[in-house]
Design a protein around this ligand. Structure first.
Ligand code: ADE
Length: 238
């Protein structure tokens, strides 16, 4: 075996297992099936499986939703298939996370915490959400990816999974890159960045970045990071 083949087949210890329970497994899996996350799965760093909620609906029509008690528009996911599925998929070390716009807002710090878990089970809401007995009895964490409403939680589960997996040792080619980026160190966005050519359509890369003076470059980046944060995310500076 050549050195190259040898390196490509180095077996990693699986660091985390992610199960996604949803009406739409394909929606959850599609964004996790390319590029870095695909390579992390092939390398065995993460194991991802999506499960169709409908498979746990035992009635003749495999019904997973119903109208709201007390009235109101829309449908809610029924408790029976969710209880059966979660009880079948969870183990003693599982953290059960419900994706919902009613949840705690997902941040990089939560991604870091969740990346330390050994098993995550994402439960994806749909329609108006899930019967509250599921949340009371089975859910450890309700998580939202932002203050807007998606058509279903499978999209949100893929977003959260991506943010977690890229933090796992070995998932990114260069482990440093997840340390030096926005949100990782301080409450500052990253400074503007440029690549070659040094001049494009009359637009020049700032001289300091071509100066080779690392002290000046660091000072410029800090100043730019603060200015960018003030403009785009003043809430981070409060
Ligand atoms: N389902 C629908 N909208 C959502 C959101 N913003 N976050 C998580 N799950 C959701």
């Amino acid at each position: 075996m050549s050195k190259c083949e040898n390196e490509a087949t180095v077996a990693h210890l699986t660091l985390i297992k992610i199960d996604i329970l949803t009406l739409f497994p394909e929606i959850a899996l599609a964004p996790l099936s390319e590029s870095i996350i695909k390579r992390a799965q092939v390398a065995g760093i993460v194991e991802i499986q999506a499960h169709k909620l409908r498979d746990w609906a035992t009635d003749k029509h495999h019904k997973t939703d119903d109208t709201l008690c007390g009235g109101g528009p829309g449908m809610l996911l029924k408790p029976e298939p969710l209880f059966a599925a979660i009880e079948a998929l969870r183990g003693p070390d599982t953290l059960v996370v419900l994706m919902t716009p009613q949840g705690k807002v997902f941040k990089q710090a939560i991604a870091r915490e969740l990346s330390q878990q050994s098993h995550l089970l994402f439960v994806c809401g749909h329609y108006e959400g899930v019967d509250h007995r599921v949340i009371e009895q089975l859910v450890d964490l309700e998580l939202s990816i932002g203050d807007y409403v998606l058509t279903n939680g499978a999209i949100a589960a893929a977003v959260v999974s991506d943010a977690i997996i890229r933090l796992l040792p070995g998932a990114l080619g260069d482990d440093q890159s997840s340390v030096e980026e926005s949100f990782s160190q301080q409450n500052l966005l990253e400074a503007p960045a440029y690549t070659k050519p040094a001049e494009f359509r009359g637009l020049a890369v700032p001289d300091v970045l071509l100066s080779g003076n690392h002290k000046n470059i660091a000072a410029w980046q800090k100043e730019q990071a603060v200015a960018r944060t003030r403009k785009n995310r003043p809430d981070l500076l409060e």
